[in-house]
Design a protein around this ligand. Structure first.
Ligand code: CAA
Length: 634
């Protein structure tokens, strides 16, 4: 285990520290307050070779070790943790998977400019239903013989939308769990690849974080990273290394907060002496220094294990968990030492206090780190099946009948007919301002409604469908089109009535949780991949400016709506079961069906193993026929 850094390490530390003190420190408060990404700083980091520290020189890197990389993240974070994570996400998560799993051609095309700092990298794993449970990925990549067609959304992606190159994880074989996930290299600018808004975060505000939206993005087959079906392993292995970066970030934040508090404590006098000489303060400082030393040893030793080719996944999880938990204590004590002066915006300990929290959350929460660490100690918890039970949509099982005729009039007619069949009477209605929680029907507007003038389309539809009016959270909170009392969602009003018509709503998790008790959900959205469609009973893909007037017209009975009788809850109709997307194989000898989801536990074939991947010597568990005797089911 490494107990001391080398002279080269310390020379490199001095170089990064000088850059951080000279170029970053003076603007750190402004970047934080203005939620601003430091384009010029990142450019300079590229010029100084900081963006390619641990990669070989032949790939444009600095040819240094992982300890140097950790020192780089630590020193930047000591001054500005947002800049620290820009480096960490770029190196650990953007570049490393290409370095470790990429072909020579991929390394040449992507790693070289990334390591040189000409291009910035990012990593897209997290989704709304796949956070800690990273295997729950829903983004799909369907192979069409030439390209993989990428569809889905990734959330909370560090360095987006600034990054140029994204490592994306998507399902290539649905229904078989994590063994169906593959990794891809995806470039910004490809058709159908868009970004959501840059999140407004509690801390690390100089880093950018955004949602990724993939709508039929063509990913050339050359951009598959590693073998198909190995994406989950690539993600996990990448995160093992990434956690060293986050541990170093936590260490740097703690170091910055400690130094600031120490300096302040020496200067600040109360009761006739510097507060540093009050024992209650000096003991805090002693604890902080001790914790930092322990964290530093853990971070560098995990880095050393990685560099020497030894197992390091448990140690990197330990370092990340220990350093970040301790940093939370350190920033708390640092702010406490400052007292009121530290609680004011513009003080660096106030910023460190907010920045520190994320280090216990991203790249695996500290609860997940404990899952990882304990799995090395006691072994993994046995699983009943290797295939996770398919998670249903947030709103429960829905019919998902999407009307797809090229003629929107026909789609609207089919929707109205289905709703009437379900028991909706459009000759009656409720006042438009009925409180959401008491409304039988709601027409709701999302960001996709566009300009405020389009709210009149929503109002008209509410009138003709006999509904109250609602909206998504951003429409009330950011756009101010409706009062806050009308936004629907887990954090807003919950809709428990019958009919919910979501117009231009993409389907954020918190919104969906607020409508899960609706009897019928209708989605109207221009994006066919919007999550709301997976959570709806009926849907029309189309522009609301075209669809809403047609729907209002179709529901217009020509007379004012009669007052609706007291609400009777309409029963939800059950969706039809869908067939799995992979093929079954049937034994020609006895008719036994091989199901990839179940595998063949007696033959030691893990659930999730596709028929094509069964060993040649595998035989039918029922009659002993050879694999070649099987024929394709469907
Ligand atoms: N390396 C390679 N493969 C690994 C692995 C590793 N470290 N750990 C597990 N695997 C493979 C194993 O081969 C295993 O397959 P077998 O069954 O054949 O052994 C398979 O993956 C499944 O392993 P588990 O059963 O342990 O998987 P799981 O579904 O129980 O999940 C988990 C394990 C540790 C909880 C994992 O889901 C996890 O790490 N979750 C946290 C996700 C995370 O860290 N997200 C961070 C997003 S990125 C980010 O935050 C960046 C940023 O903003 C800066």
């Amino acid at each position: 285990m490494q107990l001391n850094t080398t002279e080269q390490h310390e020379a490199f530390r001095a170089k990064v520290r000088e850059f951080a003190e000279t170029d970053i420190k003076p603007i750190a408060t402004t970047l934080d307050l203005e939620n601003q990404f430091p384009d010029e700083i990142v450019k300079k980091m590229g010029e100084l070779g900081i963006l390619g520290i641990p990669f070989p020189e032949k790939y444009g890197g600095g040819g240094m070790d992982t300890t140097s990389y950790a020192i780089g993240v630590e020193e930047l974070s000591r001054v500005d943790a947002g800049v620290g994570v820009i480096l960490s996400a770029h190196v650990s998560l953007g570049c490393y998977p290409i370095y470790n799993y990429g072909t020579e051609a991929q390394k040449k095309k992507y790693l070289v400019p990334m390591a040189k700092g000409e291009k910035l990298g990012a990593f897209g794993l997290t989704e709304s239903e796949a956070g800690s449970d990273a295997g729950g990925t829903e983004t799909t990549a369907e192979f069409d013989g030439e390209n993989y067609i990428l569809n889905g959304n990734k959330i909370f992606i560090t360095n987006a939308p600034k990054a140029d190159v994204y490592i994306i994880f998507a399902v290539t074989t649905p229904g078989i769990g994590i063994k169906g996930i593959s990794a891809f290299i995806v470039e910004k600018g490809w058709e159908g690849f868009e970004f959501g808004e840059h999140y407004d975060k509690l801390g690390i505000r100089s880093s950018s974080t955004a949602e990724l939206i993939f709508n039929n993005v063509k990913v050339p087959k050359e951009n598959l990273l590693g073998p198909e079906g190995k994406g989950f392993n690539i993600a996990m292995n990448t995160l093992d290394g990434g956690r060293i970066g986050i541990a170093a970030q936590a260490l740097g934040i703690g170091q910055g907060a400690f130094e600031s508090a120490l300096e302040y404590a020496k200067e600040r006098e109360q009761f006739g002496k510097a507060i540093a000489h009050q024992q209650v303060i000096s003991f805090k400082l002693a604890d902080m220094a001790t914790e930092l030393r322990a964290s530093r040893l853990m971070v560098y030793s995990a880095a050393e294990l990685k560099d020497t080719g030894k197992p390091f996944a448990m140690e990197s999880a330990m370092a990340k968990q220990f350093a970040s938990d301790n940093t939370l204590k350190i920033v708390n004590d640092a702010l406490q030492i400052y007292g009121g002066a530290g609680y004011i915006k513009g003080s660096d300990v106030e910023r460190f206090y907010r920045d520190a929290k994320i280090t216990t959350i991203y790249e695996g929460t500290n609860e997940i780190q404990r899952v990882v660490i304990s799995s090395y100690l006691v072994g993994k918890e046995p699983k009943a099946t290797g295939v996770p039970a398919k998670k249903g949509p947030t709103t429960g099982d829905r019919k998902k009948m999407i009307f797809k005729d090229a003629d929107q009039k026909k789609n609207v007619a089919a929707l109205v007919e289905s709703l009437k069949k379900d028991g909706y009477d459009f000759s009656v209605g409720i006042p438009i301002d009925t409180p959401i929680a008491q409304a039988e029907r709601v027409v709701s507007a999302g960001r996709g409604v566009g300009p405020e003038s389009n709210m009149k389309l929503i109002e008209e539809l509410a009138k003709q469908s006999g509904s109250a009016i609602g909206c998504s959270r951003p429409v009330a909170e950011t756009l101010h089109y409706l009062p806050l009392s009308r936004y629907v969602g887990m954090s807003g009003q919950k809709f428990k009535g019958n009919l919910y018509i979501a117009c231009g709503i993409s389907g954020a998790g918190q919104h969906l949780k607020g409508i899960k008790d609706a009897s019928t959900i209708v989605a109207i959205n221009v994006n066919p991949n919007a999550k709301i469609f997976k959570n709806a009973d009926y849907g029309i893909v189309g522009d609301i400016e075209e669809v809403l007037p047609l729907l209002s017209q179709a529901l217009d009975t020509g007379a004012a709506k009669k007052e609706a009788p007291p609400m009777v809850k309409i029963k939800r109709s059950k969706p039809k079961k869908s067939a799995p997307s992979y093929k079954f194989y049937v034994c020609g000898g006895c008719g036994y069906e091989y199901d990839a989801a179940k595998g063949d536990p007696e033959g030691e074939v893990a659930p999730g193993t596709l028929f094509k991947d069964l060993p040649e010597e595998w035989t039918c568990p029922s009659c002993g026929e050879e694999k070649t005797a099987f024929i394709e089911g469907y």
